[in-house]
Design a protein around this ligand. Structure first.
Ligand SMILES: [Mn+2]
Length: 353
Protein backbone atom coordinates (compact mmCIF):
# COMPACT_ATOMS: atom_id res chain seq x y z
CA UNK A 1 0.00 0.00 0.00
CA UNK A 2 1.43 3.32 -1.05
CA UNK A 3 1.72 6.17 1.41
CA UNK A 4 -0.75 8.12 -0.66
CA UNK A 5 -3.34 5.40 -0.26
CA UNK A 6 -2.76 5.26 3.47
CA UNK A 7 -3.16 9.01 3.73
CA UNK A 8 -6.45 8.84 1.84
CA UNK A 9 -7.78 6.13 4.12
CA UNK A 10 -6.72 8.07 7.16
CA UNK A 11 -8.45 11.13 5.84
CA UNK A 12 -11.64 9.10 5.40
CA UNK A 13 -11.24 7.76 8.92
CA UNK A 14 -10.95 11.28 10.28
CA UNK A 15 -14.09 12.16 8.40
CA UNK A 16 -15.95 9.20 9.88
CA UNK A 17 -14.71 10.12 13.37
CA UNK A 18 -16.14 13.58 12.93
CA UNK A 19 -19.43 12.13 11.74
CA UNK A 20 -19.56 9.87 14.78
CA UNK A 21 -18.77 12.86 16.97
CA UNK A 22 -21.55 14.83 15.39
CA UNK A 23 -24.01 11.94 15.80
CA UNK A 24 -22.97 11.26 19.39
CA UNK A 25 -23.58 14.89 20.33
CA UNK A 26 -26.89 14.90 18.46
CA UNK A 27 -27.81 11.84 20.46
CA UNK A 28 -26.76 13.58 23.69
CA UNK A 29 -29.02 16.54 22.89
CA UNK A 30 -31.96 14.19 22.38
CA UNK A 31 -31.17 12.45 25.66
CA UNK A 32 -31.16 15.81 27.44
CA UNK A 33 -34.56 16.64 25.98
CA UNK A 34 -35.85 13.25 27.13
CA UNK A 35 -34.41 14.01 30.58
CA UNK A 36 -36.37 17.25 30.74
CA UNK A 37 -39.61 15.51 29.76
CA UNK A 38 -38.95 12.83 32.40
CA UNK A 39 -38.26 15.54 34.99
CA UNK A 40 -41.65 17.08 34.28
CA UNK A 41 -43.33 13.69 34.54
CA UNK A 42 -41.31 12.83 37.63
CA UNK A 43 -40.21 9.52 36.11
CA UNK A 44 -36.89 7.75 36.60
CA UNK A 45 -34.08 8.60 34.23
CA UNK A 46 -32.64 5.12 34.02
CA UNK A 47 -34.98 2.78 32.20
CA UNK A 48 -33.46 -0.70 31.77
CA UNK A 49 -36.35 -1.97 29.60
CA UNK A 50 -35.80 0.86 27.15
CA UNK A 51 -32.04 0.24 27.15
CA UNK A 52 -32.61 -3.42 26.33
CA UNK A 53 -34.93 -2.48 23.44
CA UNK A 54 -32.32 -0.06 22.04
CA UNK A 55 -29.58 -2.69 22.23
CA UNK A 56 -31.82 -5.29 20.54
CA UNK A 57 -32.57 -2.90 17.69
CA UNK A 58 -28.84 -2.25 17.22
CA UNK A 59 -27.82 -5.92 17.17
CA UNK A 60 -30.74 -6.78 14.85
CA UNK A 61 -29.32 -4.40 12.28
CA UNK A 62 -25.72 -5.36 12.78
CA UNK A 63 -24.11 -6.66 9.61
CA UNK A 64 -20.54 -6.69 10.96
CA UNK A 65 -17.63 -6.69 11.09
CA UNK A 66 -18.16 -5.98 14.82
CA UNK A 67 -19.66 -8.76 16.86
CA UNK A 68 -22.92 -8.09 18.69
CA UNK A 69 -21.25 -8.32 22.10
CA UNK A 70 -18.67 -5.68 21.10
CA UNK A 71 -21.38 -3.37 19.85
CA UNK A 72 -23.43 -3.88 22.99
CA UNK A 73 -20.43 -2.91 25.11
CA UNK A 74 -19.71 0.17 22.96
CA UNK A 75 -23.30 1.39 23.02
CA UNK A 76 -23.61 0.64 26.69
CA UNK A 77 -20.78 3.17 27.26
CA UNK A 78 -22.61 5.74 25.16
CA UNK A 79 -25.81 5.12 27.16
CA UNK A 80 -23.93 5.47 30.42
CA UNK A 81 -22.28 8.73 29.38
CA UNK A 82 -25.67 10.10 28.32
CA UNK A 83 -27.27 9.17 31.62
CA UNK A 84 -24.42 10.90 33.46
CA UNK A 85 -25.02 13.96 31.31
CA UNK A 86 -28.61 14.02 32.54
CA UNK A 87 -27.42 13.68 36.10
CA UNK A 88 -24.99 16.59 35.58
CA UNK A 89 -27.87 18.69 34.35
CA UNK A 90 -29.79 17.72 37.45
CA UNK A 91 -26.88 18.62 39.76
CA UNK A 92 -26.49 21.89 37.97
CA UNK A 93 -30.08 22.62 38.82
CA UNK A 94 -29.63 22.18 42.60
CA UNK A 95 -30.29 25.50 44.26
CA UNK A 96 -27.57 24.93 46.89
CA UNK A 97 -24.92 24.20 44.25
CA UNK A 98 -22.03 26.41 43.21
CA UNK A 99 -23.09 25.79 39.64
CA UNK A 100 -26.36 27.55 40.38
CA UNK A 101 -24.79 30.34 42.44
CA UNK A 102 -21.00 30.74 42.24
CA UNK A 103 -20.63 33.33 45.02
CA UNK A 104 -20.60 32.42 48.72
CA UNK A 105 -23.81 32.74 50.70
CA UNK A 106 -23.25 35.02 53.67
CA UNK A 107 -25.70 34.76 56.55
CA UNK A 108 -26.00 37.57 59.05
CA UNK A 109 -26.69 36.45 62.61
CA UNK A 110 -26.42 38.92 65.47
CA UNK A 111 -23.77 40.96 63.68
CA UNK A 112 -21.73 37.95 62.56
CA UNK A 113 -21.46 37.25 58.85
CA UNK A 114 -21.29 33.49 58.41
CA UNK A 115 -19.54 32.65 55.17
CA UNK A 116 -17.50 35.88 54.94
CA UNK A 117 -14.17 34.04 55.22
CA UNK A 118 -13.71 34.86 58.93
CA UNK A 119 -13.86 32.31 61.78
CA UNK A 120 -17.16 31.99 63.62
CA UNK A 121 -17.99 30.07 66.76
CA UNK A 122 -21.15 28.58 68.20
CA UNK A 123 -20.63 27.54 71.81
CA UNK A 124 -22.83 26.47 74.66
CA UNK A 125 -24.00 23.55 76.72
CA UNK A 126 -25.18 20.30 75.16
CA UNK A 127 -28.52 20.59 76.94
CA UNK A 128 -30.25 23.39 78.78
CA UNK A 129 -30.46 22.20 82.38
CA UNK A 130 -31.14 25.39 84.34
CA UNK A 131 -31.02 29.18 84.11
CA UNK A 132 -27.92 29.20 86.33
CA UNK A 133 -26.07 26.68 84.15
CA UNK A 134 -26.85 28.48 80.88
CA UNK A 135 -26.02 31.91 82.23
CA UNK A 136 -22.60 30.80 83.50
CA UNK A 137 -21.76 29.53 80.02
CA UNK A 138 -23.25 32.62 78.34
CA UNK A 139 -21.07 34.81 80.52
CA UNK A 140 -17.95 32.94 79.38
CA UNK A 141 -19.09 33.01 75.74
CA UNK A 142 -19.70 36.76 75.93
CA UNK A 143 -16.30 37.38 77.54
CA UNK A 144 -14.68 35.64 74.58
CA UNK A 145 -16.39 38.16 72.30
CA UNK A 146 -18.65 35.58 70.75
CA UNK A 147 -22.18 36.26 69.53
CA UNK A 148 -23.89 32.90 69.38
CA UNK A 149 -25.04 30.61 72.13
CA UNK A 150 -26.10 27.03 71.53
CA UNK A 151 -28.14 24.84 73.86
CA UNK A 152 -30.43 21.87 73.46
CA UNK A 153 -34.00 22.10 74.70
CA UNK A 154 -35.36 19.20 72.66
CA UNK A 155 -32.85 16.38 72.85
CA UNK A 156 -33.23 13.42 70.50
CA UNK A 157 -31.37 10.76 72.48
CA UNK A 158 -30.30 7.29 71.51
CA UNK A 159 -32.13 5.80 74.50
CA UNK A 160 -35.71 6.80 75.38
CA UNK A 161 -34.68 6.64 79.05
CA UNK A 162 -31.97 9.31 78.67
CA UNK A 163 -32.67 12.98 79.51
CA UNK A 164 -34.94 14.31 76.74
CA UNK A 165 -34.47 18.02 77.41
CA UNK A 166 -36.64 20.69 79.02
CA UNK A 167 -38.59 21.45 75.84
CA UNK A 168 -40.24 24.85 75.60
CA UNK A 169 -39.11 25.74 79.11
CA UNK A 170 -35.52 25.18 77.93
CA UNK A 171 -36.06 27.57 75.02
CA UNK A 172 -37.45 30.18 77.40
CA UNK A 173 -34.34 29.89 79.58
CA UNK A 174 -32.08 30.21 76.54
CA UNK A 175 -33.94 33.27 75.29
CA UNK A 176 -33.83 34.97 78.68
CA UNK A 177 -30.09 34.39 79.07
CA UNK A 178 -29.35 35.30 75.45
CA UNK A 179 -31.19 38.62 75.86
CA UNK A 180 -29.24 39.39 79.02
CA UNK A 181 -25.92 38.80 77.27
CA UNK A 182 -26.88 40.01 73.78
CA UNK A 183 -26.30 36.60 72.21
CA UNK A 184 -28.21 34.84 69.45
CA UNK A 185 -29.69 31.42 70.23
CA UNK A 186 -29.04 28.25 68.24
CA UNK A 187 -31.25 25.37 69.30
CA UNK A 188 -32.47 22.14 67.85
CA UNK A 189 -36.05 21.56 66.79
CA UNK A 190 -37.17 17.96 66.31
CA UNK A 191 -40.82 18.31 65.44
CA UNK A 192 -42.17 20.34 62.50
CA UNK A 193 -45.14 21.34 64.66
CA UNK A 194 -42.77 23.01 67.19
CA UNK A 195 -41.14 25.34 64.69
CA UNK A 196 -43.80 28.00 64.80
CA UNK A 197 -43.73 28.46 68.56
CA UNK A 198 -39.96 27.98 68.77
CA UNK A 199 -39.10 30.80 66.38
CA UNK A 200 -40.10 33.35 69.03
CA UNK A 201 -37.23 32.06 71.17
CA UNK A 202 -34.50 31.10 68.77
CA UNK A 203 -32.40 32.84 66.12
CA UNK A 204 -31.09 29.76 64.35
CA UNK A 205 -33.01 26.52 63.92
CA UNK A 206 -30.73 23.54 64.34
CA UNK A 207 -31.68 20.33 62.58
CA UNK A 208 -29.73 17.54 64.22
CA UNK A 209 -27.92 14.59 62.73
CA UNK A 210 -30.73 12.18 63.57
CA UNK A 211 -33.21 14.34 61.71
CA UNK A 212 -31.17 15.16 58.62
CA UNK A 213 -33.57 13.14 56.51
CA UNK A 214 -36.72 14.07 58.40
CA UNK A 215 -38.11 15.55 55.22
CA UNK A 216 -41.20 17.07 56.81
CA UNK A 217 -38.98 18.89 59.30
CA UNK A 218 -36.68 20.08 56.49
CA UNK A 219 -39.65 21.40 54.53
CA UNK A 220 -41.06 23.15 57.59
CA UNK A 221 -37.67 24.79 58.26
CA UNK A 222 -37.62 25.88 54.63
CA UNK A 223 -40.83 27.78 55.08
CA UNK A 224 -39.73 30.11 57.86
CA UNK A 225 -37.56 33.16 57.78
CA UNK A 226 -34.80 31.96 60.14
CA UNK A 227 -31.33 30.64 59.41
CA UNK A 228 -31.02 26.86 59.68
CA UNK A 229 -27.98 24.98 60.96
CA UNK A 230 -28.21 21.58 59.32
CA UNK A 231 -26.08 18.77 60.72
CA UNK A 232 -24.89 15.86 58.63
CA UNK A 233 -26.60 12.58 59.43
CA UNK A 234 -24.39 10.00 61.10
CA UNK A 235 -24.67 7.63 58.15
CA UNK A 236 -25.29 10.20 55.43
CA UNK A 237 -23.15 10.57 52.34
CA UNK A 238 -22.17 14.06 51.25
CA UNK A 239 -24.66 13.83 48.38
CA UNK A 240 -27.46 12.97 50.82
CA UNK A 241 -26.39 15.86 53.04
CA UNK A 242 -26.50 18.27 50.10
CA UNK A 243 -29.92 17.00 49.10
CA UNK A 244 -31.19 17.51 52.65
CA UNK A 245 -30.12 21.17 52.37
CA UNK A 246 -31.85 21.31 49.00
CA UNK A 247 -35.13 20.37 50.71
CA UNK A 248 -34.81 23.51 52.85
CA UNK A 249 -33.78 25.91 50.09
CA UNK A 250 -36.40 24.51 47.72
CA UNK A 251 -39.07 25.83 50.10
CA UNK A 252 -37.66 29.33 49.97
CA UNK A 253 -35.20 29.51 52.87
CA UNK A 254 -31.63 29.76 51.59
CA UNK A 255 -30.02 30.74 54.89
CA UNK A 256 -28.48 27.36 55.62
CA UNK A 257 -25.25 26.57 57.45
CA UNK A 258 -23.98 23.04 56.89
CA UNK A 259 -22.38 21.32 59.86
CA UNK A 260 -20.09 18.31 59.63
CA UNK A 261 -20.38 16.37 62.88
CA UNK A 262 -18.66 13.09 62.13
CA UNK A 263 -19.96 9.92 60.59
CA UNK A 264 -20.23 6.36 61.80
CA UNK A 265 -17.37 4.13 60.77
CA UNK A 266 -15.77 1.00 62.24
CA UNK A 267 -13.35 3.16 64.25
CA UNK A 268 -13.98 3.10 67.99
CA UNK A 269 -11.22 5.45 69.20
CA UNK A 270 -13.51 8.42 68.65
CA UNK A 271 -17.28 8.66 69.08
CA UNK A 272 -17.66 9.28 65.35
CA UNK A 273 -15.12 9.76 62.60
CA UNK A 274 -14.68 13.42 61.68
CA UNK A 275 -14.88 13.51 57.90
CA UNK A 276 -12.61 16.52 57.61
CA UNK A 277 -12.41 16.46 53.81
CA UNK A 278 -16.17 16.88 53.62
CA UNK A 279 -15.52 20.55 54.47
CA UNK A 280 -13.69 21.48 51.23
CA UNK A 281 -15.99 19.19 49.25
CA UNK A 282 -19.09 20.93 50.63
CA UNK A 283 -17.46 24.32 50.01
CA UNK A 284 -16.76 23.36 46.40
CA UNK A 285 -20.11 21.78 45.68
CA UNK A 286 -22.32 24.31 47.49
CA UNK A 287 -22.27 28.04 48.16
CA UNK A 288 -23.29 27.57 51.81
CA UNK A 289 -21.18 28.23 54.92
CA UNK A 290 -19.75 25.04 56.46
CA UNK A 291 -19.05 24.46 60.14
CA UNK A 292 -17.51 21.62 62.09
CA UNK A 293 -18.93 20.31 65.34
CA UNK A 294 -15.86 19.06 67.16
CA UNK A 295 -17.73 17.83 70.25
CA UNK A 296 -19.91 15.18 68.63
CA UNK A 297 -17.47 14.19 65.91
CA UNK A 298 -14.69 13.31 68.34
CA UNK A 299 -16.52 12.64 71.61
CA UNK A 300 -13.20 13.33 73.32
CA UNK A 301 -12.19 16.45 75.18
CA UNK A 302 -8.50 15.97 74.32
CA UNK A 303 -9.27 16.09 70.60
CA UNK A 304 -11.45 19.20 70.57
CA UNK A 305 -8.65 21.69 70.00
CA UNK A 306 -6.68 19.76 67.35
CA UNK A 307 -9.92 18.94 65.51
CA UNK A 308 -10.99 22.59 65.62
CA UNK A 309 -7.59 23.71 64.31
CA UNK A 310 -7.86 21.18 61.50
CA UNK A 311 -11.37 22.38 60.66
CA UNK A 312 -10.30 26.02 60.36
CA UNK A 313 -7.13 25.07 58.46
CA UNK A 314 -9.11 23.12 55.88
CA UNK A 315 -11.48 26.00 55.25
CA UNK A 316 -14.42 25.67 57.64
CA UNK A 317 -16.35 28.88 58.28
CA UNK A 318 -16.67 28.05 61.92
CA UNK A 319 -16.51 25.64 64.80
CA UNK A 320 -19.18 24.42 67.16
CA UNK A 321 -18.41 22.91 70.54
CA UNK A 322 -20.11 22.25 73.86
CA UNK A 323 -19.30 24.00 77.12
CA UNK A 324 -20.69 23.22 80.57
CA UNK A 325 -19.86 24.82 83.94
CA UNK A 326 -19.36 21.35 85.43
CA UNK A 327 -19.21 18.68 82.72
CA UNK A 328 -18.93 15.88 85.25
CA UNK A 329 -22.54 16.42 86.33
CA UNK A 330 -23.93 17.27 82.86
CA UNK A 331 -27.14 15.46 81.97
CA UNK A 332 -25.82 14.64 78.48
CA UNK A 333 -22.44 14.40 76.72
CA UNK A 334 -20.56 14.69 79.99
CA UNK A 335 -17.40 13.06 78.58
CA UNK A 336 -16.78 15.67 75.91
CA UNK A 337 -18.06 19.03 77.10
CA UNK A 338 -15.43 21.59 78.10
CA UNK A 339 -15.48 23.33 81.44
CA UNK A 340 -15.10 27.11 81.36
CA UNK A 341 -11.31 27.35 81.89
CA UNK A 342 -10.76 24.71 79.18
CA UNK A 343 -13.11 26.65 76.89
CA UNK A 344 -11.13 29.85 77.49
CA UNK A 345 -7.85 28.13 76.56
CA UNK A 346 -9.55 26.55 73.55
CA UNK A 347 -10.71 29.95 72.30
CA UNK A 348 -7.36 31.67 72.94
CA UNK A 349 -5.58 28.95 70.95
CA UNK A 350 -7.99 29.19 68.03
CA UNK A 351 -7.85 32.97 67.88
CA UNK A 352 -4.06 32.68 67.49
CA UNK A 353 -4.45 30.55 64.40
MN1 LIG B 1 -24.29 17.15 72.84
Amino acid sequence: MSNEELDQLREKLDQVNLEILDLINKRAELVQQIGQVKDKQGTNRFDPVRERAMLDLITEHNSGPFENSTLEALFKEIFKASLELQEDDHRKALLVSRKKKPEDTIIEINGEQFGDGQKHFIMGPCAVESYEQVSQVADAVKKQGLKLLRGGAFKPRTSPYDFQGLGLEGLQILKRVADEYDLAVVSEIVNPADIEKAIDYIDVIQIGARNMQNFELLKAAGEVNKPVLLKRGLSATIAEFINAAEYIISRGNGDIILCERGIRTYEKATRNTLDITSVPILKQETHLPVMVDVTHSTGRRDLLLPAAKAALAIGADGVMAEVHPDPAVALSDSAQQMDIPTFNTFMEELKKQ
